[in-house]
Design a protein. Structure first.
Lengths: 174, 424
């Protein structure tokens, strides 16, 4: 089962790099556009109409991808001290419940998010670009989060079996 | 209602991420009322779709940049030439540095680590134990959340529709009160334990340090001046600050390599994701609260018990101390403020004043057991035990707590500066 596990790790890594590449392009663009707005408004006295809308749209992409990366890094705020004090079996149950509820919620976001993107979508008010480009952040974010959660779930299950196969005292998963 | 509340509390304490819980509890009633679930992704998008919220990622990035490019170090050196010669001066330096610096990124962990890593070795050389040093860092950082620009203020301002500029300015005096209180205590402690005194820095040293830190110090000046002139929105100020931080690094400090910059962007994007998902799902949660008529129930409860304003303020402080001790301050803020706003309106509490009080309390909560993430970070940076650090931090945290109560019951301290500057 070890080779499967390393495949999973590889996939996780690959996904992370993809997301990292996206935010490294998007986030500085948001900064640049917002700064351009300040420059044009206060220095050149001729505000550009489209900067605000575009910066916000891109920032929502950053938020969803960042949120995904926070799932991978377990960075979302949660109350953990109760879970950490539970006995091993209790913790296992807690993890399973957390995982299932998160997946359920994200599936709702994904499925209805696809309808949201494919439904009647207006164009940006300041540029001839469909808002679909920005709305897509919602289902794409949901897919990425689901992928991370599935990979982690698969990894945890594998590690559980590997640990019990080795009949050594169970190794706690990281 | 009771069932939903029990489910809500159970999910939270089980460890489901807060941002998910805020949305999940609303889903059964949505289905129940026959409202299409399409509102969920819609709200997730529209909950973020605001130019004001764009200030959040920008300030997070600015704060992370400042943590990384060594601005902390320059401020620390400047503070040392200014107060280093006083008795207990080295410890006061930490407080002054924090006053200049903290709270920008909203990541207490990053701030505590940045200041702690500079301050703890310096304090140790001056005869403080490592635990004591960590305790001082905790106290200083708990105060620092009130010094603008702080991400908590931006979020509160956006949630409660209070001027972010006014919140920024309002934080200065309460933070100064805490800082002075902590420094007096440090002086007394240093006298008692015979901490050595340093020579007064000569003029040249002060001038050098000032020259070094000048560009870093200009940052809050730019922000406040921008607001004062009524020119900048919070978002524009944030954009200027990010570009400014990059600019001074490129021209003066030269600390930032490409790979550290990429790491900073990725960290900031994650923090942005965490905060924004919370804000977005909280709009689903507040819809749910309205459906359940929670605000009305709460206000009628207050009327039933005939709660006076002072009692109510006390309860709110206790509530946020509790929330802050079990969960990150930002999460507590985003979760509780929508519930409390109607209460403020009914009881005639000023949302600006209460905002500063709540933010101060949530700054404290981060250093409050059992969760108190800040305490753990300070202890680990200082390589001291959590217990020792907690005990060492206690006197300073008590001072900040006292200041919280003072500003809670003397609103004039909070509203004075915004009023004088014509921001009210």
């Amino acid at each position: 089962m070890q080779p499967i596990r390393s495949h999973i790790l590889g996939l996780e890594n690959w996904l992370w790099r993809l997301e990292a590449a996206a935010v490294v392009v998007l986030f500085p663009s948001v900064v640049a556009i917002s700064f351009l707005q300040v420059l044009c408004r206060y220095v050149f006295n001729s505000p550009l109409p489209w900067t605000e809308e575009l910066a916000v749209g891109l920032f929502i992409w950053v938020a969803f991808i960042g949120s995904t990366m926070a799932i991978a890094a377990r960075g979302h705020f949660a109350i953990e001290f109760v879970k950490n004090r539970l006995p091993v079996a209790g913790r296992l149950v807690a993890e399973v419940v957390i995982w299932s509820l998160s997946v359920l919620f994200l599936l709702i976001v994904l499925i209805w998010g696809i309808f949201f993107v494919l439904g009647p979508v207006p164009s940006m008010t300041t540029l001839p670009v469909s808002m679909r480009w920005f709305y897509s952040a919602v289902p794409v974010g949901a897919i990425l989060m689901l992928l991370h959660l599935s990979l982690r779930g698969a990894k945890d299950v594998l590690e559980y079996f590997i640990a019990s196969e080795e009949t050594k005292p169970p190794v706690t998963s990281s | 209602m009771t069932f939903a509340f029990t489910a809500f509390a159970m999910l939270l304490f089980l460890g489901v991420p807060v941002s998910f819980v805020l949305a999940i509890v609303a889903i059964p009633p949505l289905i129940d009322l026959g409202i299409p679930l399409a509102v969920v992704p819609q709200r997730l998008y529209s909950g973020m779709d605001s130019f004001t919220y764009l200030a959040i990622p920008l300030f997070i990035l600015a704060g992370e940049l400042m943590d990384t490019v060594g601005i902390t170090l320059h401020l620390f050196r400047l503070a040392r030439t200014l107060v280093g010669h006083l008795r207990g001066g080295m410890a006061m330096v930490v407080v002054v540095t924090e006053y200049f610096f903290s709270g920008i990124s909203g990541s207490v962990v990053a701030d505590t680590a940045a200041v702690g890593s500079v301050a703890v070795p310096a304090l140790e050389r001056n005869g403080y134990t490592r635990a004591k040093a960590a305790g001082i860092v905790c106290g200083a950082c708990a105060m620092g959340i009130l010094v603008p620009p702080s991400i908590s203020m931006i979020i509160y301002g956006a949630l409660a529709n209070v001027s972010i500029g006014a919140l920024f300015v309002a934080g200065f005096i309460p933070a100064a009160l805490s800082a002075v209180g902590i420094m007096v205590l440090l002086y007394v402690e240093a006298r008692r334990s015979g901490i050595p005194v340093h020579q007064h820095a000569d003029f040249k040293e002060i001038a050098d340090a000032l020259k070094d830190a000048f560009w870093a110090l200009m940052m809050p000046v730019i922000i406040v001046a921008g607001f004062r002139a009524g020119a900048f929105t919070a978002t524009e100020a944030a954009a200027v600050v990010v570009v400014y931080a990059l600019f001074i690094d490129a021209v003066i400090y030269h600390e930032l390599a490409l790979d550290t910059f990429i790491a900073v962007v990725i960290r900031s994007a994650q923090m942005t994701g965490v905060v924004m998902l919370l804000i977005a799902t909280s709009t689903i949660f507040s819809w749910y609260l309205t459906i359940e008529t929670v605000p009305q129930r709460l206000t009628s409860l207050i009327a039933d018990y005939n709660l006076s304003q002072p009692a109510l303020i006390f309860l709110i402080i206790v509530l946020f101390l509790f929330l802050g001790s079990i969960i990150d301050g930002l999460a507590a803020l985003i979760m509780a403020v929508p519930i409390l706003l109607p209460v403020f309106a009914i009881s005639g509490l000023d949302p600006l004043h209460m905002g500063i009080v709540i933010i101060a309390v949530s700054g404290l909560g981060v250093y409050h057991p059992p969760v108190g993430a800040g305490l753990f970070v300070a202890a680990s940076v200082a390589k001291a035990s959590i217990e020792e650090t907690t005990i060492a931090a206690l006197p300073y945290l008590i001072i900040v707590t006292l200041v919280v109560f003072v500003i809670a019951y003397v609103p004039g301290i909070v509203t004075f500066l915004p009023r004088v500057l014509g921001m009210l």
